[in-house]
Structure formats: C-alpha cells, structure tokens
Design a protein around this ligand. Structure first.
Ligand code: GDD
Ligand code: MG
Length: 366
C-alpha cells in the first residue's frame, strides 16, 4: 500500500521550535515524529510514502539521504506555495503516480490504529473515502464528524465553536481515499479537504464513511500535546519501548548508549536520558525526556519537561512542564515553567523566571 503524509504546515503553535525544524522532524522521546509515523505505516505493510511538503522541505530530504526509511521508499512532493490539505494530497499523489487507493496521514498524528482493519472497513462499505475517528472531550480545535448508525458520515464540521460540536468523535487525520476522490479537488489553488472536499463528497450519499476506534491517538500540534506525547510514549501507551535503542535501567528509567545518570540523582519514572547526556548527582528528574548530549547540573530540577539535544540546565535551575530547544540554556537558579518554550540556542538568564513564555531562537530578530 501507498500513503501521502502531509508535512507541509508551518507548525505555528510550536514556534519557536518549528522556526528551524519542521514539526514532523521534532523528536518525541528522541525519535522524530515522522519516523514514529513511518514505523507505524511500515508495520502495516505500507512500502511507498510521498511526503507532501511546503515548509522547510530540504530538512526532510537531508534527514532521509537514501530516500528510504526502513522498508519504505520515500518520495518528495514540494509545493511552490501551500495548496491546503486536499490540494497537497492531489499534488503529491499525482507526483508519485498513485493509480490505486492510498492512505493519507496528517503529519502530526500519533496513533496505533490497525490499518488492516481500516482497509477492511473501507472495502466492506465500498467507500470513496474513509476517515478514522477518535473521541475527545473538546472537539473545538479539531474536525467534528457525526455519523449515521452504519458508519456513513453525516457531516464534517471543522473547528466547531466551543459547545456547538455535533459529535465528540473527531477526524483523527488518517484517511483511505480512492483515486477518484482527486477528481473533486480543483488543481492549482488552495483546497482544504476539511472545508471543501469532504463537504462536497457528502452531497451524494454512500461515499464517505468513518471508523470509530478507541486506539491511542494524539495530535502533537501544541506545546501541551507535544509534552503529553512524551509522557505517553514513556509510559508505553504506544505499545512499544520509548526508543528502539533505549534500555530500562530501573522500572520506567530508560537510558540510551553511554548516557551518564549519576546514582545520586533523584528520579521519578518515567524518564528517558539520551546518548551522551549527563545528569549530575544532586539533581532531580521527574517524568521527563532528556535529549542526547544534554547536561543537567547539580541541584537542578527537571519535571514534566522535554529537553532537546545539547541543551543545558545549570545548577539550581528549575524546568517544569516546559520545552528546551536544541542547545538552549537555562542559567543558574533560573525558573522555567507553565509550558514555556526556550528556542534552539536561546538562554534564560540566571535567576530569572519564565512562565508560559517563549524565548526566540538565538540570534534571531523576532
Ligand atoms: N503539504 C501541505 N500543504 N501540508 C499541509 C498544508 C499544506 O498547504 N496545510 C496543512 N498541512 C499539513 C500539516 O503539516 C499537518 O500535518 C496536517 O496537514 C494537518 O494540519 P494542522 O495544521 O495540524 O491541522 P489541525 O491539527 O488544526 O486540524 C487537522 O487535524 C485534526 C486531527 O489531527 C484537521 O484535519 C482536523 O479536522 C483534524 O481533527
Ligand atoms: Mg494538527
């Protein structure tokens, strides 16, 4: 089977992390999000994936120098300007010469959906398009999808104002599309599948179906869900160890390679400490992911946090429920909390407090 993975968005809600790295290449517990997705697709027999790109496309090509990820052959479709989700799907599928049904995935979704069952459902309903649905408490930031009892989609309501959603079942961002669906996507302009193509297909009955499942599902698009993705991966909610090369040195304490986790560190599992990272005695690490080569100095506290590779938390500093970009630095006795993001290479001055804030990428003017 073949798939289009939509990776063209700018990831605005995760700035400044996405200023230099596209969202699908951000690590989730040390493994780029797109690799977690490709791993899942490959495990279900997908052997050809076209990445539908727009924003920072070179980063993907450089990341996959052999145009392969494990058993998957990768192709790249680069839009000269954003075509929207449906425009990007059409452009990518034509670029790759897809001539049969194919999967589509939003490039920021983690899920354990059984794609074989998804195909069986699609075939049994003779659908033109099948949408995976997941249930959430608040659909207002997503696409709400009410269905008839047989699974046919009744309506598609993108980003319903709070309290107005017709269903708590939402578009989980995985589709199976017959090639004929592309005929309903005008070429050469921006077309959103959520706003235009699905509503158009729904004008004729019997075309669009949806499979509701309670599989693990998360859209990793905001600081809150990016942090949650780490917690979920470390807790094993995706059904796999956090990273292929991680070993469990104590229950829920995962270390990679030569990571140096001093024995006098206070640890509250789950944690992951990446290759070459050092965590000094007298520090405290709770439910966090520490990237490769990062340094946590004595007396520092890192809790519910994501520390990217090469970042530094100096003595006496506290990082709580926040994200430190590659090579970022929290100087001595500084405090970073409440879903703050410290951009790649940026610093938080000694003794200062950052609560729910953003520190831009170092040497950048924004
Ligand atoms: N190539 C390309 N071109 N990709 C795009 C474009 C584009 O013009 N616009 C968006 N994308 C990609 C993004 O990179 C992302 O992977 C995916 O399309 C979805 O975009 P988001 O910006 O993450 O959308 P969302 O999270 O607000 O909502 C979408 O996903 C939800 C589930 O995760 C919608 O599809 C909702 O209906 C859905 O519930
Ligand atoms: Mg999203």
């Amino acid at each position: 089977m073949k798939a289009v993975v939509l990776v063209g968005g700018e990831g605005t809600r995760l700035r400044p992390l996405t200023k230099t790295t596209p969202k699908p290449l951000l690590p989730v517990a040390g493994v780029p999000l797109v690799e977690r997705q490709l791993q899942w697709l490959g495990a279900h027999g997908v052997d050809e994936v076209v990445l539908a790109m727009g924003y920072l496309p070179d980063a993907f090509v450089e990341h996959f120098p052999d145009d392969r990820f494990q058993s998957i052959h990768l192709l790249y479709a680069v839009e000269s300007e954003p075509l929207g989700t449906a425009g990007a799907i059409r452009f990518a599928a034509e670029h790759a010469g897809f001539d049969d049904r194919f999967f589509v995935c939003n490039g920021d979704v983690l899920t354990t959906l059984d794609l074989s069952a998804f195909v069986d459902f699609h075939v049994a309903h003779e659908a033109a398009a099948t949408i995976h649905l997941s249930r959430v408490d608040d659909p207002s930031a997503l696409g709400a999808v009410p269905t008839y009892p047989d699974g046919e989609v009744e309506a598609f309501v993108e980003k319903p104002p709070p309290g107005t959603a017709p269903s708590n079942w939402i578009n989980a961002g995985t589709y199976l599309l017959e090639r004929s669906v592309l005929e309903h996507v005008p070429a050469g302009r921006m077309v959103a599948i959520e706003h235009e193509t699905f509503p158009l297909l729904l004008q004729q009955r019997g075309q669009v179906y949806a499979l509701e499942t309670d599989d693990y599902w998360l859209d990793v698009g905001t600081p809150q869900t990016y942090l949650r993705a780490h917690a979920d991966v470390l807790e094993g909610r995706l059904g796999l160890p956090p990273a292929p090369d991680a070993r469990e040195s104590a229950p829920g304490v995962w270390v990679q390679g030569d990571a140096d986790l001093a024995s006098e560190v206070e640890v509250e599992a789950p944690v992951l400490v990446g290759v070459g990272a050092s965590v000094a005695g007298g520090s405290r690490i709770e439910r966090s992911s520490i990237g490769a080569g990062a340094e946590i100095q004595a007396g520092a506290v890192v809790a519910g946090a994501v520390v990217h590779s090469g970042a530094r938390v100096c003595s006496g500093a506290v990082v709580r429920d926040s994200i430190l970009g590659v090579g970022a630095c929290v100087e001595s006795d500084a405090t970073v909390l409440e879903q703050s993001i410290v951009g790649p290479g940026a610093s938080v001055p000694a003794g200062s407090t950052l609560a729910g804030g953003r520190v831009p990428v170092a040497a950048s003017s924004d």
